[in-house]
Design a protein around this ligand. Sequence first.
Ligand SMILES: NC(=O)c1ccc[n+]([C@@H]2O[C@H](COP(=O)([O-])OP(=O)(O)OC[C@H]3O[C@@H](n4cnc5c(N)ncnc54)[C@H](O)[C@@H]3O)[C@@H](O)[C@H]2O)c1
Length: 364
Amino acid sequence: MKIGVPIEIKNNENRVGMTPSGVFELTKRNHTVYVQKNAGFNSGFLDEDYVGAGATIVDSIEAVYDAAEMIVKVKEPIEPEYKLIKPNQVVFTYFHFASSEVLTNAMIDSKAICIAYETVEDKDGALPLLIPMSEVAGRMSVQQGAKYLEKPIKGRGILLGGIPGVPPAHVMVLGGGVVGIQAAKMAAGLGANVTIMDINMKQLRYIADIMPANVNTEFSSEYNIRRHLPKTDLIIGGVLIKGAKAPKLITKDMLKDMRPGTVIVDVAVDQGGCFETTKPTTHEEPTYIIDDVVHYSVANMPGAVPYTSTVGLTNVTLPYVIKLANDGWEKACDNNASLAKGLNIVKGKIVYKEIAEAFDMQMA
Ligand SMILES: NC(=O)c1ccc[n+]([C@@H]2O[C@H](COP(=O)([O-])OP(=O)(O)OC[C@H]3O[C@@H](n4cnc5c(N)ncnc54)[C@H](O)[C@@H]3O)[C@@H](O)[C@H]2O)c1
């Protein structure tokens, strides 16, 4: 199959859909991979790395879309890309259709086969192509929290791990899923006192078993959260209720119970945020202050660490890319129920219930 890897043109997106290692695996199987010039540059991969792995470098985004039977990228296509997508072309990327009717209509009109990373689903209901990004965001939340706790950026001026003779900071992690576990692990590793809260007892039991002694588990309730506020330095929000907006676990009135310079990092910002005072921010201006509390709520945290994010993402997408290239999309989806869940729009027809429902449209 002919596979195309374009540059990501969405603002501030530095990831790329395939690494040289992925190209190597595909060309080894006699597929042809067209990579747009400089596509991997911002993730740390040079054109010569791709050529060494067997890719053909092409000069323009038009040439990539023109040559390819399947496009492998990262973010949803944006307006200038709509007209490049051809009927029957497979596009394998994050789409998040339910949040954009314009994109949904554009992809219906394109008659392409749109397979969305975010709806590929394991037998147990997990979303394997979202997990690495939550891992990145969870680990990064502590790195960012530690930075914004510094006084020059209006934080409390406390080192997460303390020093001999000075106690460490208190970190509260809301949600013990992928984000929460990675955050708790990083904060604990730096020596902080960590409390992680969830409403899922099975998950709390698991966390209690695997975490070091400086991580305590607690059932998530308003009463318990309020009790911790006056002594907590950093709060990380990583809750998720599938298919729903995040519950507001930290309300505006709770800010006054926190000490000035407390930092709150809302990783769940992409689902509306789990703090009432959250509004989405960008890497250019990641924080704002309300009632002396520093808010960090960047909606695409993995974008700041494109090397790690690209490799993490492509580690999990590549096995599916190989199946699609070897078998073609129809056979690959027939043979693999997880991948079949990724089918969102096929040759002008919506085939994923939630997207049809989001816009009151017809299912195929
Ligand atoms: N900002 C970013 O760049 C970025 C990146 C990746 C993920 N995210 C977001 O982070 C959020 C968490 O993702 P995840 O992969 O960890 O999800 P997950 O499903 O693995 O974990 C969510 C956890 O929240 C728990 N939960 C639900 N209600 C709760 C409550 N009231 N109190 C405490 N815990 C509660 C669930 O039981 C679950 O364990 C999602 O909204 C996701 O979209 C954001």
